[in-house]
Design a protein around this ligand. Structure first.
Ligand SMILES: Nc1ncnc2c1ncn2[C@@H]1O[C@H](COP(=O)(O)OP(=O)(O)OP(=O)(O)O)[C@@H](O)[C@H]1O
Ligand SMILES: O=P(O)(O)OC[C@H]1O[C@H](OP(=O)(O)OP(=O)(O)O)[C@H](O)[C@@H]1O
Length: 304
């Protein structure tokens, strides 16, 4: 096998497959981190930065970053919590958003996690869930005036297809991720408690952030890509008399840029607007007499 020289390169852990992979690839492209990944090789050298991309299971990235095996990485906050990893969260990325929920069969009597003390729980998050039920067991014991409960809750690890475990008789309830709820409903389960909400994050080894300026550069670039994905640029002309109203509709991230027009009594405004609100904003601007309202895509951004 060819030897890959990683010396002097920042090691960047990237989810090698699964839910986060595609969006991370888009971020890298937007941040102009170029690389060529040979077929099935999990380390790719960047061709325009001293960076090596290390393709890893999302579940391992937090621990790898905490241990300093890689310097930075992208994974879910759920994975960081499950690993109990000591990492610095540099940036929330706005995708991979879901909730880690306790789910019970819809026809079961369980209404909250407390009702499951002493029962069997299947999950891929056995460390996190183990801690939650240890606490619930301890609370139940205390309430009953005991040192510990007779039947501690059994938390079993499953690496996948967790939602099938109640129907299979393996567990009384599960703890798994929920986004649309489709998987949960299809398995005739319902959420009875949320353990955490999560999204994808850029993380860094706490000792590396200050020592390598490239980390801050990558963070700023990725931040720019995210802003560009989320916002559009809106420009319009509006009578000066309506300027205060216009600023209320489009306050901008900091403030709108306003310049005088040659035509007396009019100003030109340039301002960032959330992509999801752009159509409503255009309607509202039109209603107060704004003209020549244009909305354009932002390719990239650097914010103050
Ligand atoms: N339905 C979902 N919606 C949004 N984000 C999700 C969803 N499922 C998982 N995620 C996020 O993506 C991360 C990786 O989940 P994924 O299921 O892709 O795991 P994986 O281990 O990378 O892949 P695989 O399950 O294929 O082995 C999760 O830790 C979570 O942060
Ligand atoms: O609420 P939903 O939108 O249905 O999403 C939730 C599902 O998504 C994840 O699994 P994924 O589809 O990534 O496959 P996996 O079970 O192989 O991890 C998670 O483990 C749930 O099963």
């Amino acid at each position: 096998m060819e030897f890959v020289d990683l010396q002097d390169r920042l090691l960047f852990g990237i989810p090698k497959k699964g839910r986060l992979n595609e969006q991370v690839m888009t971020l890298l492209q937007g941040a102009d981190i170029q690389f060529h990944r040979k077929n099935r090789i999990d380390i790719a050298l960047s061709t325009n930065h001293p960076i090596a991309l290390v393709f890893l299971p999302a579940a391992d990235i937090a621990q790898f970053v905490a241990n300093g095996n890689v310097d930075i990485g992208i994974t879910g906050q759920d994975m960081v919590a499950e690993a109990g990893a000591n990492v610095e969260e540099l940036l929330a990325l706005g995708f991979g958003k879901c909730k880690l929920c306790v789910q019970a069969p819809v026809d079961s009597p369980y209404k909250s996690a407390k009702d499951l003390v002493g029962k069997r729980i299947a999950t891929s998050f056995s460390s996190l869930v183990g801690k939650v039920f240890q606490e619930l067991d301890a609370e139940a014991a205390k309430a009953a005036g005991l040192k510990q409960v007779e039947n501690p809750t059994l938390v079993q690890f499953l690496s996948g297809s967790v939602e099938a475990s109640c129907a299979l008789g393996l567990a009384d309830a599960i703890v798994d991720l929920v986004e649309s709820g489709e998987t949960m409903h299809a398995a005739k389960l319902h959420a009875i408690e949320t353990i955490l909400t999560t999204e994808a994050v850029l993380i860094c080894n706490p000792n590396k952030h200050k020592t390598n300026p490239l980390i801050e550069k990558i963070k700023r670039r990725i931040e720019g890509v995210i802003v560009a994905q989320r916002y559009v640029l809106c420009t319009y002309n509006v009578p000066r008399s309506q300027m205060a109203e216009a600023v209320k509709i489009t306050p901008g991230k900091k403030a709108p840029t306003i310049s005088a027009l040659e035509t007396d009594g009019w100003v030109a405004v340039s301002v960032m607007v959330l992509k999801s609100k752009a159509a409503d904003v255009m309607d509202a601007l039109e209603e107060i007499g704004a003209q020549d309202i244009l909305v354009t895509e932002i390719k990239n951004a650097r914010m103050g």
